[in-house]
Design a protein around this ligand. Structure first.
Ligand code: DGY
Length: 418
């Protein structure tokens, strides 16, 4: 048992660079990613609190003046990654992408504080971090929900982190690829292309990115003009939980929490508009094309993580969750295997992802303890048997994508040691 823990720590330390950590040490992701970094910080908190805080601090060093925290920070500009820093052409102090990612920092920070002794110097550092996270959340509220509906939009599939999920098939089909588009993918040279997004996906990712760039990433303009604008239930669940955790942190540090408190109330009410009572499931909304999106993605169940005070809805969800793919040997598949667009091995179109299991495990903790424990046990077993890979087949457990994957190692530590 000890060896697995030792290996998880070694994985994180092996991927660590100057004050930040790569998602993996192969050539696939040679930069700092937003939500990866947050999970990584949680992993560090089990053996080096200063590394955990430094990871978060470095990520926030890349925060834009308006509050946005980019999805990628290019600390090292000499890599083959595409789209690289010149393709994005933006950043504040650090070259970055021009979009964000699921805001889990507040939740992770709260987890870290709840279980660690903090010294005075660290407390000061944490207060600064909390102020920056507050600015980040206020940026979401101001620019990604201009009508104050309580639900925020993402303007690029990359913002979800589940890049090529079938959830985006409908809105992505509507994106006309830019004429004479020229770029060179690097990811499919490192990883088996059958396990990565398709070329047509990349054509559209780059087209959407170029359009955002055309508007110089001006947050008001791109909300209206992005070729992609979706209110995703998974993303909003993460944001709701993060707002609740931020509220607690603000309270603890005597900082103003009125705005966040008000927004939580609107979200709690309006998130229910994404609930289909008949089916007992949540759905997402394509704002750009005015269409509801019903795709059986595991991310729809992140609502459990958001801790809605609705017992009957939660119970209904749990009942449906138990039918997601428990018949398969490994769970949870990112997409329900019976769905027409499920693909066993392609990135976010079917494989099991450790962070998804983590969200669900956490979400079930105070609702169905036995089920929650089962997920934790199965996830730990899979990682110990297959290694800290990026994703896994739900049918065979076949490990895929990058090996030495940081968040798989980091979340292993949390599952095993908390
Ligand atoms: C990638 O490069 O595949 C990332 O998921 C984009 O953020």
């Amino acid at each position: 048992m000890k060896n697995y823990i030792k290996n998880a720590k070694k994985t994180l330390l092996g991927n660590r660079r100057k004050g930040y950590t790569l998602p993996t040490n192969n050539k696939l992701y040679p930069a700092q990613w937003n939500w990866d970094s947050a999970f990584i910080a949680l992993g560090y908190s089990y053996f080096n609190l200063n590394f955990a805080l430094k990871e978060i601090k470095t990520l926030l060093d890349g925060q834009w003046k308006d509050g946005m925290v980019p999805h990628i920070l290019f600390h090292n500009t000499n890599t083959n990654y595409y789209p690289n820093y010149t393709a994005w052409n933006c950043g504040n102090k650090i070259h970055s992408s021009g979009i964000t990612q699921p805001p889990i920092l507040a939740t992770i920070l709260k987890e870290i504080l709840d279980k660690n002794k903090i010294n005075k110097k660290q407390l000061l550092q944490i207060k600064k971090i909390i102020k920056k996270i507050k600015k980040y959340h206020e940026w979401f509220i101001k620019f990604r929900d201009p009508k104050k509906t309580g639900l925020v939009s993402i303007l690029h599939p990359w913002e979800s982190g589940y890049d090529n999920s079938p959830i985006w098939d409908y809105p992505m089909d509507k994106v006309t690829v830019e004429e004479n588009l020229k770029y060179k993918r690097a990811d499919n040279k490192v990883i088996n292309p059958a396990h990565r997004p398709l070329n047509i996906d990349y054509d559209r990712y780059v087209t959407i990115k170029n359009n955002l760039r055309k508007f110089k990433y001006n947050p008001i303009k791109i909300y209206k003009s992005s070729l992609f604008n979706v209110v995703d239930i998974g993303f909003n669940s993460i944001f709701l939980k993060a707002n609740k955790d931020l509220f607690d942190l603000l309270n603890k540090f005597n900082l103003d929490k009125t705005k966040i408190g008000r927004y939580i109330k609107i979200t709690e009410k309006n998130i229910l508009k994404l609930y289909d009572k008949k089916k007992g499931i949540f759905f997402s909304k394509d704002i750009k094309n005015k269409k509801n999106i019903y795709v059986p993605s595991i991310t729809n169940y992140f609502v459990l993580f958001a801790d809605l005070d609705k017992k009957s809805i939660n119970n209904r969800l749990i009942k449906n969750l138990k039918k997601h793919n428990l018949k398969e040997k490994y769970f949870f598949s990112s997409i329900k295997p019976s769905h027409k667009n499920f693909e066993e091995k392609r990135y976010w179109r079917g494989p099991v992802w450790i962070n998804c299991n983590w969200f669900i495990y956490k979400g079930l903790m105070n609702k169905d303890n036995l089920f929650s424990y089962k997920i934790k046990k199965k996830t730990i077993q899979m990682l110990e048997k297959k290694g800290f890979y990026e994703y896994f087949s739900c049918k065979s457990g076949k490990p895929m994508g990058a090996k030495n994957f940081s968040w798989s190692a980091a979340l292993y530590l949390d599952l095993k040691l908390n």
